[in-house]
Design a protein around this ligand. Structure first.
Ligand SMILES: *Cc1c(COP(=O)(O)O)cnc(C)c1O
Length: 415
């Protein structure tokens, strides 16, 4: 393949076809092949030395392979950072980004809306290392300003929030963090590197749970963290010192998924919005949580900072009985009931956002997290509406609030 001299001037769709590929180095193969290996051999001591000089980590399989470097380079360019590094899961990328920059005695401020397992990690693990963990309201930068102090080393954000979809004012939050010399870490999974450019908005480390949209087919788990130049040494050490390494097959699947990300995201965006609009006036629906809707509280910031929307959004139902909820879920034919999202297939899950400490939610629920897959929007709409109709026809049984509904369904933490 020809070398692309100025890939920065090309459109995203074009870059997705070319990033990270080098057929001339791989017997002409279009795709970078799967490299399996622990030991990396050199013919001579001199070769070993020059290998180390080219890339100090290219001397052992735990530091990755040409396939890892290809995926890292591709995602790094799309995110707009300095360097990226792979982790075996999205949560691993989140946890190690924090571990890389924090030490005993430090303070970390975390958005109250973050992915629940990250919250568990912060509360259960970071605190064991004498790191003080505090939360702030996702949409109130003044709360961050009031809580930040000289020991605050990191501010951890996720926009929009998992489950409740509040859009955060990242530039405003980053300005407050940087005034106190705290690093800004963002979970950018919802927007993907195509729809939010973290380093243009003041982020220092950006995380992708590639498991979701980048893999795109629900068949692999992988995390990717990208840093700016200042944060890169800490991020890299955190991966290498803990021995974090992603498996070669999963890396291959992730790079393959990346090639079609732009075209898939358009379909997810369209389907999510169509579904959301079709539910807005439904009598069983209290609110739709989707930043791309005009009346969403996060719409103005979404429009200012984002380049698109994914297919994941929230549906708050008017209180209904447990029996009605069961009917609603079991009547759905095109939506799977299960965790994760970002695959080609549509999903629904009953979620419980009540673990928050700083936010009082303006609804009782039940709350359903919906992932619009790549099916026809009209089929998805028809399916959801027939299931709602069936639920509406059920009578009897007391209404349940969100927490009770989630409890009855035996819900644990979302993914
Ligand atoms: C799923 C998810 C993660 C974790 O990714 P895994 O690969 O499942 O560990 C992190 N952040 C967000 C927002 C997620 O939805």
């Amino acid at each position: 393949m020809k070398h692309l001299d100025d890939s920065g001037s090309l459109k995203t769709e074009t870059r997705l076809s070319h990033l990270g590929r080098s057929p001339a180095k791989h017997a002409g193969m279009v795709n970078v092949p799967i490299y399996r290996g622990s030991t990396i051999l050199s013919e001579t001591l001199e070769e070993y030395g020059s290998r180390m000089q080219d890339d100090p980590t290219a001397n052992y399989g735990r530091f990755g392979s040409p396939l890892s470097r290809a995926l890292e380079a591709a995602v790094c360019e799309l995110e707009g950072g300095y360097r990226s590094i792979l982790f075996p899961s999205g949560l691993s990328a989140c946890a190690h980004s924090l571990l890389g920059v924090l030490k005993a005695g430090d303070h970390v401020l975390i958005s109250d809306g973050v992915y629940a397992p990250l919250r568990t990690f912060a509360d259960q693990v970071l605190t064991r290392f004498q790191i003080r963990v505090q939360y702030f309201h996702p949409t109130q930068p003044s709360e961050l300003a009031a809580k930040i102090n000289a020991n605050t080393r990191a501010v951890y954000l996720e926009s929009p929030s998992s489950l409740t979809f509040e859009v955060q004012d990242i530039p405003a939050l980053a300005a407050i963090a940087h005034q106190s010399d705290a690093l800004v870490i963002l979970d950018n999974t919802w927007a993907t590197p195509l729809y939010f450019k973290p380093f243009e908005h003041g982020v220092d480390i950006s995380i992708q749970a590639a498991t979701k949209y980048i893999v795109g087919h629900s068949d692999a788990l992988l995390g990717i963290a990208t840093a700016n130049e200042a944060a890169w040494p800490a991020l890299r050490s955190s991966a290498h010192d803990f021995g974090e390494i992603a498996g070669p097959d999963d890396i291959y699947l992730t790079l393959r998924g990346l090639r079609t990300l732009a075209v898939r995201m358009k379909q997810h965006w369209n389907n999510g919005l169509e579904l959301a609009k079709s539910l807005q006036a439904h009598p069983a629906v209290d609110k739709i949580l989707h930043p791309a809707l005009f009346n969403d509280p996060g719409h103005a910031i979404w429009k200012r900072d984002f380049l698109g929307a994914s297919g994941l959004f929230g549906v708050v139902l008017r209180p209904m009985s447990q029996r009605q909820l069961s009917v609603l879920f079991s009547r759905l034919q095109l939506f799977g009931i299960g965790w994760s999202w970002g695959g080609y297939e549509s999903l629904v899950m009953l979620v419980d956002p009540s673990k928050r400490t700083e936010t009082s939610l303006p609804f009782a629920g039940p709350l359903i997290r919906t992932h619009a897959g790549m099916e026809s929007a009209s089929d998805l709409i028809a399916d959801l509406h027939q299931a709602l109709r069936a639920a509406g026809e059920m009578t009897g049984g007391g209404v349940v609030r969100n927490e009770e509904a989630a409890l009855m369904a035996g819900l644990s933490e979302p993914a």
